[in-house]
Every structure is written in structure tokens, then in C-alpha cells.
Design a protein around this ligand. Structure first.
Ligand code: MG
Length: 368
């Protein structure tokens, strides 16, 4: 199976409600779509969301990396020559892990299609269902409490609360939500780099002293501040999960070796796709450090690829793949089924994506 053409496009999917974190507010998902066409007629699908505020990868940067480097690298290549192909995807351009992730997943999709096997089974899958949390945007305490109650009524038993916009209000926000949903619901929080190390320790320990029972905190301090991250990890009762601090497998090794965090968040857009995500998962296994699988605000093609990976890796114990359920509609055909908290992986060959609804993709460019 040879890759004969690369096509790039864009889709826009409105969110049910605006998504607010300490870093940004977003009202729709605007993703770049990659199609790898082959001499057998099979098409591999990939997707990358522009998340300039988090990764630095804007739409223009993703398209530029794809057009100038990645498309040239994969066109004319044999899909069955998998490892060299995936390695060249990582090497052909510096940075832009989002563009690389889109191409990486499309290659895995084709490889699975070529052999008639779903990717999660190629990777050694032991499970076919995942239970995801759902994100509650940062707002005033009353709005967060009512958003939390509505999520619980939709069946969610794990809530991820965005905090960090105003540190003084964070404890009040959490208290409002805990009181509203009761003690049987798991609450994890994500500060998206908003706190100083000392502030983080004070707020987290205050939360635990007040019996708020926080499962974990994501990225309490600046991404680059690994010493600060370790400071919090060493002093907080609440387990610390590194997110913005861990992009590449090399980042993961640094955090694992220094014990700067208790847990790692793997996202395909940060690490450059399934190939590198497998390295992070393996390193975490060696250190006995559990991982979360996360996503950006992404439509279903990219989140579906993360589902295949997570089904195959037991070290991934925390599932934060709520991108598709935050969307008001789903223009992607096939792939995993997202039924509120229950995600059932597709057993169709490859990643199981059959296409995109007519008229939903705006094609922008293709190789000549
Ligand atoms: Mg996070």
C-alpha cells in the first residue's frame, strides 16, 4: 500500500457551550484534517486542532509544516514500511507535534486497514471500553455547581474542574461543586499553569483540609518550572499530574527521573502521535507511574486515535477524552462511539473512520 496523495482541509464543529480555562475561551472546534490517499483506494485520516495558546501550533503553522515538510516526506512511501516512515515523520521538521500527530495517526489508520486489523488490537488491546471524565469550565461557583449537577445527571461520575483564573475563588468553587454533587463523585482539577509553587501547595492543602477530596491536580505551575512542579509534588497531599510540562518522550523521562510529578498526561498533539505516545507509556511503565490520556478540544478523528492507544495500554488509568461530547454535532463517520462517559472503540480495520459528512470539509491544498 503506497501513499499517492496528501489532501488537507478544515472542519468547524460548534461546541455545546463555550469552553473556558485559565488560558483561553473557545466556542467551536476548528481542526485541520489530513487525508492520506493510497494506490489501493484506502484513505487514512488524521486531525490536528490549532491550540496556539497551549502548543504554539496555530492553523497556519500546522498547515505550513504539513505542506512544506510532512506531505513531501510521506508521499510515495510504502505504508508497510511502518517504523522508518513514522521515524521520518518525527524527523522531517522541527517541532509542530500537532501536525506530526495528524500524519502519524493517518499512517496507523492505513497500516491497520492494510492488514484488516483495528489499531487498538495491533497495539495489544486488552479492553474495548473506556470511561471518560467531563470538563467543567471555569466560572463563578454557582455556575460551576449547576454545570456539575447537570454532568452528573448525564451519568458522569468523574468531573474535571478547570481552576486557576482567580486563586482566591478556587477553594470556594470546589466547595460549591463538592457540596452540590456529594462525596461519591470523583473530582480532579486542572490549574493550567496558573499558580506559583507556594500558592499551589497552600490552595491544595487547604482543599484537602476542608475535605474536598481532590483526586489529582493537573499542571499547577508554569510548564517550564520543573523545580516548582517537584516542590508541589513533594509537599501537596493531592497527587500532581504533569500536562503542559510533558510534550515529548524526553520530557517524560526528565519528569520520571526527577520524580517531579506523580502522574503524566499523554496527549497525541503534544507528543507527535501514537509512535511517541507508546514510548512515553513504556517509560512510565518502567517507573510505575500511571498516565492520563487527554485531548485538546478536538473532533472525533484525533480523539478516536487516542482511544485506540488507551485501550491497549493498562498504564493509562485516567481517561480525559471528552472532546467529542463537548461538541454539539459529530460530522465524522465511523470510529469509536462516544455515549456520554462510555467510549466504545471501533473494531473496524485501522482507526475505523469512514469519512466526513458531505459538505463539512473545506479542502485547502493537495499534493500535485
Ligand atoms: Mg490539562
Amino acid at each position: 500500500m503506497k501513499i499517492t496523495k496528501v489532501k488537507l482541509g478544515r472542519i468547524s464543529v460548534p461546541l455545546r457551550t463555550p469552553f473556558k480555562t485559565a488560558l483561553r475561551t473557545v466556542s467551536s472546534v476548528e481542526d485541520v484534517i489530513v487525508e492520506l490517499h493510497t494506490d489501493t483506494g484506502a484513505i487514512g485520516y488524521g486531525e490536528a486542532p490549532p491550540t496556539g495558546a497551549v502548543t504554539g501550533h496555530t492553523t497556519g503553522a500546522i498547515l505550513g509544516a504539513l505542506e512544506d515538510h510532512l506531505a513531501k516526506t510521506v508521499r510515495g512511501r510504502e505504508v508497510t514500511d511502518l517504523e522508518p516512515l513514522l521515524q521520518d515523520v518525527q524527523r522531517c521538521v522541527h517541532g509542530n507535534s500537532s501536525a506530526k500527530a495528524a500524519v502519524d495517526m493517518a499512517i496507523w489508520d492505513l497500516y491497520g486497514q492494510n492488514y484488516g486489523i483495528p489499531v487498538h488490537k495491533l497495539l495489544g488491546s486488552g479492553r474495548n471500553q473506556l470511561i471518560t471524565d467531563i470538563t467543567i469550565s471555569v466560572n463563578d461557583p454557582e455556575t460551576m455547581a449547576s454545570d456539575a449537577i447537570s454532568a452528573v445527571s448525564r451519568g458522569y461520575d468523574c468531573l474535571k474542574m478547570k481552576v486557576g483564573v482567580d486563586p482566591l475563588l478556587d477553594v470556594a468553587r470546589l466547595k460549591a461543586v463538592r457540596t452540590a454533587v456529594g462525596n461519591h463523585i470523583t473530582i480532579r482539577i486542572d490549574a493550567n499553569q496558573a499558580w506559583t509553587p507556594k500558592e499551589a501547595v497552600r490552595i491544595l492543602n487547604q482543599m484537602q483540609e476542608q475535605g474536598l477530596d481532590i483526586e489529582l491536580v493537573e499542571q499547577p505551575v508554569k510548564a517550564a518550572d520543573l523545580e516548582g512542579l517537584k516542590y508541589v509534588t513533594d509537599r501537596s497531599y493531592v497527587p500532581v499530574l504533569a500536562d503542559e510540562a510533558v510534550f515529548s518522550p524526553e520530557d517524560a523521562m526528565t519528569i520520571l527521573k526527577t520524580r517531579a510529578a506523580d502522574l503524566l498526561n499523554i496527549k497525541l498533539m503534544k507528543c507527535g502521535g501514537i509512535y511517541n505516545a507508546l514510548k512515553i507509556a513504556s517509560a512510565a511503565e518502567v517507573y510505575g507511574v500511571e498516565c492520563m490520556i487527554g485531548c485538546m478540544l478536538e473532533a472525533k478523528i484525533a480523539v478516536n486515535a487516542a482511544v485506540h492507544l488507551a485501550c491497549a495500554k493498562n498504564i493509562i488509568t485516567k481517561i480525559d477524552l471528552d472532546g467529542p461530547v463537548l461538541c454539539r454535532e459529530d460530522p465524522i463517520l465511523g470510529g469509536s462511539v462516544f455515549d456520554e462517559k462510555i467510549i466504545t472503540v471501533s473494531d473496524d480495520p485501522g482507526l475505523g473512520i469512514r469519512g466526513i459528512e458531505d459538505g463539512r470539509i473545506t479542502y485547502l491544498w493537495e499534493t500535485t
